[in-house]
Write a protein that binds this ligand. Structure first.
Ligand code: ZN
Length: 172
């Protein structure tokens, strides 16, 4: 089969740090119970860096989007809080999470207090996007909203293994 002429003037692409993966969002629906991997993740973040558990499984709609199921309802989202004075350390840690998102099975991260409107990382983009007044994840504060993929949300053993295999940030 012929593929036509090669595209002229194609600019060289930069290598990407992480591959792009499909985003699950709320497609797996409401969970009947907390999911072991998600709960393990929150405990690990608390044990190592003192993040506070601000909630995992909650059956509700997205904030500001009535009728649209929040990913919290699937049991794969966690809100983990930190102190204002610890913001710098928290940023270093969340960027470590994004860099290692493939290994850890992370699908999305919302960082609400970055810049004027926050920023978000998504597995189907493989990078951060700076939010604007018109395009953002809603108002938030000093916590990160983190979504795991279905496999890691259910498999605390696999998540623990991945977590322990990755070098942690130096100064955090
Ligand atoms: Zn959340």
């Amino acid at each position: 089969m012929r593929h036509g002429n090669p595209q002229p003037n194609r600019s060289p692409r930069k290598p990407v740090a992480v591959s792009k993966r499909p985003y699950t969002g709320n497609k797996d629906g409401t969970a009947k119970a907390k999911r072991a991997g998600t709960e393990w993740f929150v405990r690990a973040m608390r044990a190592r860096w003192k993040f506070r558990n601000m909630g995992t499984l909650v059956i509700r709609d997205m904030r500001g989007k009535p009728g649209v199921l929040s990913v919290h309802a699937t049991g794969r989202a966690a809100d983990i809080g930190y102190l204002v004075k610890d913001r710098k350390k928290a940023v270093e840690i969340v960027e470590w999470l994004a860099t290692n998102a493939d290994a850890l099975g992370i699908e999305a991260i919302h960082d609400y207090v970055y810049g004027d409107h926050g920023r978000g990382w998504r597995c189907d983009r493989g990078k951060w996007k700076i939010y604007t007044a018109a395009d953002n994840a809603g108002s938030g504060g000093y916590w990160f909203h983190i979504e795991l993929n279905p496999k890691m949300a259910d498999d605390a053993g696999a998540l623990s293994e991945a977590w322990h295999s990755i070098p942690k940030p130096d100064k955090a």
